[in-house]
Design a protein around this ligand. Structure first.
Ligand code: 5AD
Ligand code: SF4
Length: 488
């Protein structure tokens, strides 16, 4: 990354990325310095993130850019001069939450003339939402989408230098820009995108429309990024993609590794990452059951660095519903896959996503879902009520009545609760390696960390343990977390 002092800001605007964004970061920085002279305080930003791990990771990049520009980070939305919402649109309630926030910020903006509001992320990829914002939320300053979020500095500069409302949303990915600043939540662990988009077109899901077609980064590109992260002290990596098991179907850019081995796929990449000595733990998310190969199970089995955790969304336990969802597996195939994984890797933790109320779901279909939950013994299940997404095939199918859906959702929660409390307490008495994340908020003499299956563990210890792996005996199972003590 170029240093400010090395850049001549009065030269022509660079065409190439990320040089172009570096240029605009310098220009924004100048305006922020002017603001400080005029107002006597450094302005503050707050990034509010909705949705999945991919969004959380994109937000780390937005924060990196804003810090580089010269903003300070605010503790809350209410204290910030620039609030940016990185939105999710996977379910309707995510959209409603955003409108709630915008309503309350409007009043704040009336009393603070310097205040700016930006919105980006998946929701902005839907043209009707952008039209609605233009019409009903004219006080919003900047709008951009998932394909150009790296351009935030440029768009912010346009707004700061006088444009009233800057809206730029691309219909398709134009280019992939990496190597921008990024502020990681933890210095010792982070996510790395290995692919973008999704080609699966599950009939309920908006993601393929708002994140575009599947495109994988080359192994060279990913490994370069990981080596840089290692130089900065990272010891745990989470490889991120909507469907990591189809990594390698379409690469962005030339790769010598792929030329030499055209069959290179996700398990190869996982093994490469495990070979980096400084990387002590590798996670990945999300796995589509239809693409989870024997090769992947082999690689997990023989690499102790790979976390014993697979997030394997089932969505429904009914073959009939799965077919209407275009998931491309049956109930029996899913259950058989879970059995195969458990036979090969007995200490694996499985988590899942389940939806109730998909169009046409019958009581019998729903009972199949409960049956799968009981059979698969998930450590954790994320449960959702089906939400109509305009433009997806399921939106025009016959919907299930709200009362029936609510009743099924309650019953599903009960079964999930019963099974996962039993399952997740199965490690009681064992000693596990915990990566310590922080001092415990409620108990200052305790620290909090995670087992490789992502479950939280709290145990007595000091802040010197943060960022270290510690062997901890799990003394008390508490449902979704454990209390432990450092093992002798
Ligand atoms: N309604 C409800 N839940 C959905 N998901 C995706 N689309 C929808 C929808 N239209 C859930 C799926 C997915 C998770 C990220 O969100 O379970 O795995
Ligand atoms: Fe959506 Fe299906 Fe792609 Fe997951 S795999 S992002 S549920 S379309």
């Amino acid at each position: 990354m170029t240093d400010y002092k090395d850049l001549k800001i009065d030269t022509n605007i660079p065409e190439e990325e990320p040089a172009r964004q570096e240029y605009f970061m310098v220009k924004c920085h100048e305006l922020i310095e002017e603001f400080i002279i005029q107002n006597g305080v450094r302005p503050k930003f707050y990034v509010s993130t909705f949705g999945c791990q991919m969004n959380a990771h994109d937000s780390e990049k937005l924060i990196g850019i804003l810090l580089k520009i010269g903003y300070d980070e605010a503790e809350s939305e209410g204290e910030a001069d620039f609030v940016i919402f990185n939105t999710c649109t996977v379910r309707e309630n995510a959209n409603q939450k955003l409108y709630g926030h915008l309503g309350s910020l409007k009043k704040k903006k009336e009393t603070n003339p310097n205040m700016m509001i930006g919105i980006c992320g998946c929701m902005m990829q839907q043209p009707e939402i952008v039209d609605y914002i233009k019409e009903c939320y004219s006080f919003i300053d900047i709008v951009f989408g998932t394909f150009n979020f790296y351009k935030m500095a440029e768009l912010l500069y346009r707004r700061m230098s006088g444009e009233k409302q800057v809206i730029e949303v691309l219909r398709e990915p134009e280019k992939n820009v990496e190597n921008l600043p990024e502020r990681r939540k933890y210095s010792f662990k982070t996510g790395v995108n290995i692919m973008y988009g999704c080609n699966n077109f599950c009939t309920y899901c908006i993601v393929p429309y708002v994140r575009g077609r599947e495109r994988s980064r080359t192994p060279e590109d990913i490994m370069d990024e990981i080596r840089k992260l290692v130089d900065q002290g990272v010891i745990e990596i989470m490889l991120l993609g909507q469907n990591v098991n189809s990594y390698g179907v379409n690469f962005m850019g030339e790769s010598e590794i792929i030329k030499a081995n055209p069959d290179y796929s996700f398990p190869n990449l996982l093994e490469e990452v495990c070979k980096i000595p400084e990387i002590k733990r590798v996670r990945f998310m999300t796995s589509h059951p239809k693409d989870l190969s024997d090769k992947l199970i082999d690689v997990i089995e023989r690499n102790p660095k790979i976390a014993r955790h697979i997030h394997l969304p089932v969505q429904s336990g009914s073959t009939e519903v799965l077919s209407k969802m275009n998931r491309r597996y049956t109930k029996e195939q899913y259950v058989a896959l879970v059995e195969k994984i458990r036979n090969r890797i007995p200490d694996i933790s499985l988590t899942t996503d389940i939806m109730v109320g998909f169009p046409g779901e019958t009581e019998e279909n729903f009972r199949d879902t409960l049956d799968v939950v009981r059979k698969c013994k998930y450590d954790q299940a994320f449960t959702f009520i089906y939400s109509i997404r305009t433009g997806t095939p399921a939106a025009t199918m016959e919907q299930v009545s709200q009362d029936v859906v609510n009743d099924r959702f309650k019953r599903l929660l009960e079964v999930v609760r019963e099974t996962s409390t039993v399952v997740s307490s199965r490690f009681a008495g064992q000693t596990k390696s915990i990566l310590v994340e922080c001092v415990n908020e409620q108990l200052p003499d305790y620290v909090t960390g995670r087992m490789d299956n992502n479950i939280l563990v709290h145990f007595p210890g000091g802040k010197d343990l943060i960022g270290k792996f510690v062997d901890v005996k799990l003394t008390e199972p508490k449902g979704f977390y454990y209390i432990g003590e450092i093992a002798d």
